[in-house]
Design a protein around this ligand. Structure first.
Ligand code: ADP
Ligand code: MG
Length: 316
């Protein structure tokens, strides 16, 4: 006898209407999102035991072609990737043309290294047509450090000869007050993504609230687990909607051990196997800034020197 075909979440064995509703509320509204979830997060959301959760996840996996893909298929998927440029030649070259859709890109560096400025520049440039180095899309800006400045957006947009009000209309800003709120905002942003052709999500900063909220002794594991979940949400958005995610991470001049080795991929294996870019930003000579590529699977190591100016970013 043929097994019934599983096409939607409610077709999964063990998922009734109530569970499906809970899943939907948490953003798990398709088989792929369930297939890539972990039994512990799944059981937390649904109230099922981890064992039952594992079976549901397995069923979702069995019904998706989650196995191997040919190199040709992968190349085809790579062809869908959109790259959002900064407008600085050296910088864009360093990262292979721009910040990519379908991935999380991270800039880390000390205070004043230009992480937030790059966020503002990307928020404008993501709206440019693809031919001009943009993604022709709207932007979600999750602001965890109250650093978003509409005036700065206006300045950059006008410097590029764009209508600043039109640009500002397409940047959806959410202030995040603490780490839980930030996680909630990233989950909620899916609604905006669906209805507004969002092509860039910015989280500035990714880590600040987590650092503050889990600063006590013995809280490291909790912090990493929550941060992992946060990254997971962002990764899913990046993959499901082919959008770029830009996150910032402040480190001390002498890199601290927030993520252990500062040059190791944050978020562990959740992001490690996705083509993602990590850039270390630092202050250079005479007001310049230096970006250093940390680990990108297909890009040569290197550095780019640039300068933040009134118009945005410039080559030196
Ligand atoms: P971070 O987010 O890494 O802490 P920022 O991106 O906020 O750092 O700031 C980087 C630098 O950008 C600042 O030190 C400042 O000199 C420069 N900057 C900010 N706004 C402007 C502007 N309108 N024109 C020129 N430089 C600016
Ligand atoms: Mg900043």
């Amino acid at each position: 006898m043929n097994k019934p075909k599983i096409l939607t979440v409610t077709d999964l064995p063990g998922v009734g209407a109530v569970t499906a509703e809970k899943l939907k509320e948490s953003g798990y509204d398709n088989l792929m999102s369930i297939a890539v979830s972990s039994p512990s997060e799944f059981s937390e959301i649904t109230g099922l035991t981890e064992n039952a959760a594992r079976k549901v996840i397995q069923a979702a996996r069995d019904n998706l072609a989650m196995g191997f893909e040919s190199g040709e298929q992968l190349l085809e998927r790579r062809a869908q990737v959109i790259k959002i440029g900064t407008g600085c030649k050296a910088f864009d070259e360093l990262i292979g043309g721009g910040f990519e859709s379908g991935a999380i890109s991270e800039c880390f560096g000390e205070f004043g290294s230009s992480k937030s400025q790059i966020a503002h520049i990307l928020a404008v440039r993501a709206q440019l047509p693809v031919e001009q180095g943009g993604a022709n899309g709207e932007v979600v800006f999750i602001d965890g450090e109250s650093t978003f400045r509409p005036e700065r957006i206006k300045q950059i947009a006008e410097g590029m000869g764009l209508d600043a009000n039109e640009i500002l209309k397409k940047i959806h800003v959410a202030r995040a007050f603490n780490s839980d709120h930030q996680m909630l905002m990233s989950e909620k942003s899916e609604d905006l993504v669906k209805s507004n052709n969002v092509k860039l999500i910015i989280v500035d900063s990714l880590t600040g609230h987590f650092r503050a909220d889990f600063s006590g002794r013995g809280q490291l594991a909790d912090r990493q687990q929550k941060l992992n979940r946060h990254m997971h949400t962002l990764m899913k958005l990046a993959g499901s909607y082919n959008l770029a995610v830009y996150v910032t991470n402040q480190v001390m001049a002498k890199p601290d051990t927030f993520f252990g080795d500062p040059t190791a991929a944050i978020g562990g294996n959740i992001v490690a196997h996705n083509s993602q870019v990590r850039l270390y930003l630092r202050k250079g000579k005479k007001g310049t800034r230096v970006a250093k590529l940390i680990d990108a699977p297909a890009l040569p190591d290197g550095e780019a020197i640039f300068r933040i100016t009134e118009k945005g970013i410039e080559d030196v």
